[in-house]
Design a protein around this ligand. Structure first.
Ligand SMILES: C[S@@+](CC[C@H](N)C(=O)[O-])C[C@H]1O[C@@H](n2cnc3c(N)ncnc32)[C@H](O)[C@@H]1O
Length: 503
């Protein structure tokens, strides 16, 4: 890769490479099948020995699996059989390297799949196989990481006209976007990443408009229906050397603040931005306040979910290890410097989570919900993200309490009621409403709420249900309305109850 701005491979070579990969059956399931569950699991732990033992057959599929995911050297004759007429081209382009009688990979190329299709993805080689060091160069282009998959699973997959993948890396989000967006723009500051994204687009026969530049600079003045980004969000003093895939060069969570505060300017009406991020917990400042401060004045709806919080020491260890610095001569000094900076800044923890922003289709007050939800959720979750915004719209359309009382609600099909109490006891001690899908939320209910939710089959209005419960349980009707309307609103927002459409 001498000139990263140039295409890595000529179109004809890309076409022949795709043909060779297809002919070899180099697909996700085929490679997993060839490796078998044990070797496949070992490889996901960065161990290649079981995989090498499982790929001795000499078939083109075995050769390609050894060459790329397993990073083994293969005989030139085997490589030529798997990649007919391509070995020299790939060596010239810096994708492979040849020594006497043998070939090895200089970049990774592997199949990747979701439920709908398979792709091939070129990225830099996975570091750290079989205990080797994990130090990489500053412009390392990360392959598909667990963060990449998280974002892909969270992405709203509804058909859109224009989508932006900000900080595309090897282009994995852009490949997904091509399934449901008419036009895709992918940006990055790393020219090597852009070269790989262009190659991945060509290899998978998708159109991606690849543009160099920082943050939203390459798309100044443009609007998108969907923006997805997994930006370099590591929270650090940003004084040392930088791994561009994870370090923004900006201190603290400034990169994420910029991504979030500038996103609204690039959203078309109804457009959604989805950001995977870290944010700072500063002494005396609740994390929600910090993020609300970023959103103030932007006019966007927001659903922000904090998935976990790391303490400063655990955070520093995680990222020093990621950079391969655990055990290095200056490990202790780096650890101490980073921790002192956290202390100076009053940083007591680092939150990790998702920010979903939506520009309302019409001019109105934004709806915001910031919450902690560290529990397991359904994957993929993209449909739930879109639904949450739609439910907010429905609640807003209903307007006042009168509107909600006049609505017919239906309990979502996946909601179950769990009751618990002592054996033989007439009434349960606890009642929990639990979703089987989406966020898999649980909501503790009393007998009134459980009765109310149980009666929500779309026949009676909420007002009629509350009146009937008041009579049945001998409660004051006005007090029941007063006491439960906000909770019902929350149940609609969280998806336990749906507003039945008239007719
Ligand atoms: C964590 S990687 C994400 C890669 C890919 N989108 C994914 O989901 O796996 C972050 C990417 O942002 C890029 N990046 C770093 N600083 C940037 C900036 N200021 N503007 C745009 N992209 C940047 C990095 O080069 C890297 O490719």
């Amino acid at each position: 890769m001498d000139d990263p701005a140039a295409d890595l491979l000529a179109p004809d070579v890309v076409r022949r490479l795709a043909e060779a990969l297809r002919a070899a059956g180099f697909g996700y399931d085929a490679v997993a099948g060839l490796l078998g569950p044990v070797a496949h699991a070992a490889l996901s732990r960065n161990e290649t020995t079981p995989g090498l033992r499982a790929t001795t057959g000499g078939s083109p599929l075995a050769t390609l699996t050894r060459l790329w995911p397993l990073q083994a050297t293969v005989a030139v004759a085997d490589a030529e059989r798997a990649l007919p007429g391509l070995v020299d081209d790939l060596c010239r382009a810096g994708l492979l390297e040849r020594s006497v009688g043998e070939v090895r990979a200089r970049v990774d190329l592997r199949p990747y799949a979701d439920d709908s299709r398979d792709w091939w993805v070129v990225s830099d080689l996975t570091p750290g196989l079989d205990g080797a060091g994990v130090r990489v160069s500053a412009d390392h282009v990360l392959g598909i990481s667990s963060a990449s998959s998280s974002l892909a699973q969270l992405t709203v997959r509804e058909p859109v006209l224009r989508a932006l993948d900000l900080g595309t890396g090897c282009g994995v989000q852009a490949l997904h976007l091509a399934e449901h967006a008419r036009e895709i723009v992918a940006t990055d500051v790393n020219q090597r990443a852009l070269a790989m994204t262009r190659l991945n687009a060509a290899l998978n026969d998708v159109q991606v408009d690849v543009r160099p530049g920082s943050l939203y600079e390459p798309v100044a003045g443009e609007l998108f229906d969907l923006v997805v980004t997994n930006p370099p969000f590591v929270v650090s003093p940003a004084t040392g050397e930088r791994l561009v895939y994870r370090d923004s060069g900006l201190p603290g969570d400034e990169m994420v603040r910029r991504v979030v505060t500038q996103a609204p300017r690039h959203l078309a009406p109804g457009g959604i931005a989805q950001v995977l991020a870290n944010w700072v917990h500063r002494r005396g400042e609740p994390w929600q306040e910090r993020i609300e401060g970023w959103l103030a004045g932007t006019g966007v709806d927001a659903w922000v979910v904090q998935r976990e919080v790391a303490d400063p020491a655990a955070y520093v260890e995680l990222w020093l290890k990621d950079a391969g610095l655990h055990g290095a001569a200056d490990y202790l000094r780096r650890y101490d410097t980073w921790l002192s900076w956290f202390e100076e800044q009053g940083i007591e923890g680092i939150g990790f989570g998702w920010l979903h922003l939506r520009r309302p289709a019409t001019d109105r007050e934004p709806v915001r919900h910031l919450e902690e939800w560290p529990y397991e959720v359904e994957q993929p979750l993209g449909a739930e993200v879109a639904d949450r915004f739609r439910r907010g719209d429905r609640l807003r359309d209903l307007g006042t309490d009168e509107g909600l009382l006049a609505a017919r609600l239906v309990v979502r099909a996946d909601v179950r009621e769990e009751t618990a109490g002592r054996p033989g006891q007439a009434d349960p001690e606890t009642i929990v409403l639990r979703q089987q899908r989406g966020m898999r939320r649980a909501h503790q209910a009393d007998t009134v709420l459980a009765g109310l939710v149980g009666a929500c089959d779309g026949e009676l209005t909420l007002g009629q249900i509350l009146d009937a419960l008041a009579t049945l349980l001998d409660h004051d009707a006005a007090m029941l309305r007063e006491g439960y309307l906000d909770e019902v609103r929350g149940l609609v927002a969280d998806g336990f109850l749906e507003v039945a459409l008239p007719g």
